[in-house]
Design a protein around this ligand. Structure first.
Ligand code: PMP
Length: 372
């Protein structure tokens, strides 16, 4: 089996699973319970929150736990845009975004908000000049990903911050860092809101984070008790949160060595793919090395994916959350070519991927392409 779809999901690290099992069995009480067992669970939760805050360079009060990045993006965008609607209803986003950002923006559009899309340059970065021209006094949010899930393109977060500070300090910067946390250095000091999920860095499914800087306000979207925060109700899942903390520690403390290693794999893959006439690499060189997106000219990517899967090689055609036969919006945004956007494969790498696997993938892909 050759798994090259780590941007969709990662296998749980055994140490992370161990901490999940230990916390689930050792802490049986609800952290909100008033008795001593509840207090012990709450203290443990607070210890993890302090540790996660330290790793992310934020304050413990700025961390909101959710069920995953989808919920975090919904809460950040809907919650903040509802709260600040008296200042305006103009939101700027991009065509690179995951559906949990783009569909959430659409839902706000249906409520009467105005959504505009900033142009993307061929290297996958937003066009800052176009952004300048879109910003208005009633723009309340820019929502975009630090690393997008299809191309792996990175955005100039610090330049966007500079722009906002100089002219639009009231406009919030929301960053979806789901493909960035544990992989690249995230400029936490420049964001107002930031989201991610544990299962993208060897943690468990079902746990995510929203960083909300203390100065930012939100209207909650889930109503109920105010267990750990007034902004998100529900009993906090200590074992999931603790295991997210363990996964984050492992990812953050090895981030640079993993990055260098994966960059070498990415180089190798790019060089190897260069030998195939009908393959065009879409991912920008300056993007995240963890994601490599390509278009296969004249062949349906979905069929390539199926033939690879018959050989137990698993890659994505797009982000796992997109409809199968629609063109890739990110690839269309940088190429303006519908054919290229309809035939994309996304290969996503890990520090667990070996050189041998990359070599084997290149050989097998060559055979699959020749079979059409
Ligand atoms: N944003 C990005 C950039 C993603 O890649 C994903 C997952 N594919 C999400 C948000 C949603 O994450 P989850 O499925 O964990 O809610």
């Amino acid at each position: 089996m050759l798994y090259l779809d780590y941007a969709a999901n990662t296998p749980v690290d055994p140490k992370v699973l161990e901490s999940f099992t230990k916390l689930s069995t050792e802490y049986i009480a609800n952290p909100n319970a008033a008795h001593t067992l509840g207090k012990a669970a709450k203290d443990k939760l607070d210890d993890y929150t302090a540790e996660i805050a330290l790793l992310l360079e934020v304050k413990p009060s700025e961390i909101i736990y959710t069920s995953g990045a989808t919920e975090s993006n919904n809460l950040a965008i809907i919650g903040a845009c509802h709260y600040y609607k008296r200042y305006g209803k103009h939101i700027i986003t991009t065509y690179l975004e995951h559906s949990s950002v783009s569909s959430t923006a659409t839902s706000l559009h249906n409520e009467g908000y105005e959504i505009e899309f900033v142009d993307i340059l061929p290297n996958g970065e937003i066009d800052l000049e176009h952004l300048k021209s879109l910003l208005r006094s009633d723009t309340i949010m820019i929502a975009l990903s630090e690393v997008d899930s299809e191309l792996g393109a990175r955005q100039p977060i610090s330049k966007i911050r500079e722009l906002l500070d100089s002219k639009y300090p009231h406009c919030l910067l929301h960053v979806d860092a789901t493909q960035a946390i544990g992989k690249v250095k995230v400029p936490m000091e420049h964001v107002d809101l930031l989201t991610f999920s544990a299962h993208k860095f060897y943690g468990l499914n079902g746990c995510g984070v929203l960083i909300k800087k203390d100065k930012v306000m939100l209207e909650p979207i889930i109503h109920g008790g105010t267990s750990t925060t007034a902004f998100r109700s529900g009993t906090p899942t200590l074992a999931l949160i603790g295991s997210l903390g363990e996964a984050l520690k492992l990812a953050e403390t090895t981030r640079e060595t993993r990055y260098e290693y994966v960059s070498r794999l990415n180089d190798h893959l790019r060089k190897g793919l260069g030998a195939y006439k009908n393959v065009i690499i879409n991912s920008p060189l300056e993007g995240s090395p963890y994601i490599l997106n390509l278009s296969i000219i004249g062949i349906k990517a979905r069929e390539v994916q199926e033939r690879l899967a018959e050989r137990e090689i698993y890659v994505a055609t797009k982000s796992a959350c997109c409809t199968l036969n629609s063109p890739s919006r990110p690839v269309y945004a940088i190429t303006k070519d519908r054919k290229m956007a309809l035939s994309t494969l996304r290969i996503s790498l890990s520090h667990l991927t070996t050189e041998e696997e990359v070599k084997a993938f290149l050989v097998q892909l060559g055979q699959v392409l020749a079979s059409f």
